[in-house]
Design a binder for this molecule. Structure first.
Ligand code: ZN
Ligand code: ZN
Length: 440
């Protein structure tokens, strides 16, 4: 039972409830904030609590997807399930005009929740490889999908305010940077109306509740995982000249890789090459036959990304050559498939959406420079080769007085304030979409 129906129980309550129901739906754009607030109290809060308590891992979001499909179908959308694995696509055709896509990601993380909340997750689930993990919505994707249900209702209620085709996508596996690509490969842009524009948002625990940050240009970095296997020749540690030491070669590669950032990339262009794993050897007096490095590579633009990935090959191969590695033992460099380009907001689309936020939600807008190189596979949906222009923005949901002290995303203590983030996220998505539909 929702809070509202508890408040309104009893005979007078019944009458009030009926009259309130008649005005629940948004009648026009001016009525949107109020209508979303009512929807939150009556429906979205319970839905959020349900999703938060029942998170699922990447590509096995079966119950979440089924529930989303059910909610969107009930709102009159034409729903297709199983797109790119567990993805859901919901279409609402509403006359002539552009096609606008809204995206929400739905996966949780292999984290054991430690928030102490009444609706904290106790879920344990097998991932797609059969390994069991505790699961938690430790990144706020429960906020995104709940807000999508709110947006779906509002867009239906104010149908007379816009014209075109609305496509909602419930995306799997953002956390392993795979779901957007999987949906595209399964015909997202060919089996369904192809969007002219795509919009989406992420809730942030480190941002004041209800605040919105929307900026043109790069908003999330590219992310690539690279694995390097260095082959050597095993020998006794006391006879290094009889072997070929992969630890020494690997160490030189680690050091030389950093020269790519400092010597090849322009000083004002951000870039990261982090060697996060270095595995080799079994015993102090044995030269092993192999060493393995694991790298994460980040950049903010496609040119720098290419420079870093090319540079890694060049430095690795030439360092090996310089240290006497023969042709048949050259290092093996693997570029893992879970990768994403940078998320670059289209300046025109950003100006349109930001413009309507300024007019209608001005109090919520704030500016803050980026302070990290996180990545997001939303980038695939508006990569240049898709021809789709888009904008991705941030909505604050901090639970702390001082947002900079809030528990970070992906931590067991992660928590966001659902009411402002869902209500503001919903309103922003709806106003943004309507502005894109109604351009002259
Ligand atoms: Zn995340
Ligand atoms: Zn996330």
């Amino acid at each position: 039972m929702s809070k509202k129906s508890i408040l309104l129980s009893g005979a007078t309550g019944l009458l009030l409830s009926i009259s309130a129901q008649a005005h629940d739906a948004a009648e026009n754009m001016d009525d949107l904030t109020r209508a979303i607030a009512v929807d939150y109290e009556e429906r979205l809060e319970d839905l959020y609590t349900h999703f938060h308590a029942n998170p699922e891992l990447s590509f096995v979001e079966n119950k979440t997807a089924a529930r989303m499909a059910e909610e969107l179908r009930a709102l009159g959308y034409d729903v297709t399930e199983g797109v790119g694995g567990t993805g859901v696509v919901a279409v609402l055709k509403n006359g002539d005009g552009p096609t606008v896509m809204m995206r929400a990601d739905m996966d949780g993380l292999p984290v054991k929740e430690n928030t102490g909340l009444a609706h904290a997750s106790k879920a344990v689930q097998k991932d797609r490889n059969g390994n069991e993990f505790p699961v938690m919505h430790a990144c706020g994707h429960d906020v995104h999908i709940t807000s999508m249900v709110g947006s779906a209702k509002a867009m239906q209620d104010i149908k007379h305010e816009w014209s075109g085709t609305l496509v909602l996508i419930v995306q799997p596996a953002e956390e392993i940077i795979a779901g957007a690509k999987a949906m595209i490969e399964d015909g997202l842009f060919t089996r369904f109306p192809k969007p002219d524009y795509v919009i989406g948002f992420h809730v942030w625990s480190g941002l004041t509740p209800g605040k919105i940050i929307i900026e043109p240009g790069t908003v999330m970095s590219s992310s690539d995982s690279v694995y390097i296997t260095i082959k050597g020749v095993g020998a006794h540690g006391a006879s290094p000249h009889q072997g070929l030491d992969p630890i020494m070669i690997g160490s030189s590669i680690v050091m030389n890789l950093q020269t790519i950032i400092t010597r090849n990339v322009a000083p004002l262009k951000p870039g990261i090459i982090t060697v996060g794993t270095f595995h080799a050897g079994t015993k102090n007096n044995i030269i092993p036959h192999e060493a393995k490095l694991g790298l994460t590579v980040r950049s903010d633009d496609p040119e720098t990304r290419e420079k870093l990935l090319e540079g890694i090959k060049r430095v690795t191969n030439n360092t090996a050559k310089a240290l006497g590695v023969p042709e048949d033992l050259m290092p093996v460099i693997e570029h893992a498939p879970n990768r994403t380009p940078p998320t670059i907001n289209d300046p025109e689309v950003t100006a349109i959406v930001r413009g309507v936020f300024e007019e209608e939600m001005g109090d919520h807008l704030m500016r803050r420079p980026r302070d990290g190189m996180g990545a997001e596979d939303f980038a695939y949906l508006m990569a240049p080769e898709t021809g789709v222009k888009g904008v991705y923005f941030s909505v604050g949901g901090s639970i702390s007085e001082d947002p900079s002290q809030a528990p970070s995303h992906h931590s067991p203590e992660f928590n966001v304030s659902p009411k402002p983030s869902i209500s503001v996220g919903t309103e922003a998505m709806v106003r943004g979409a309507v502005a894109l539909f109604n351009q002259d």
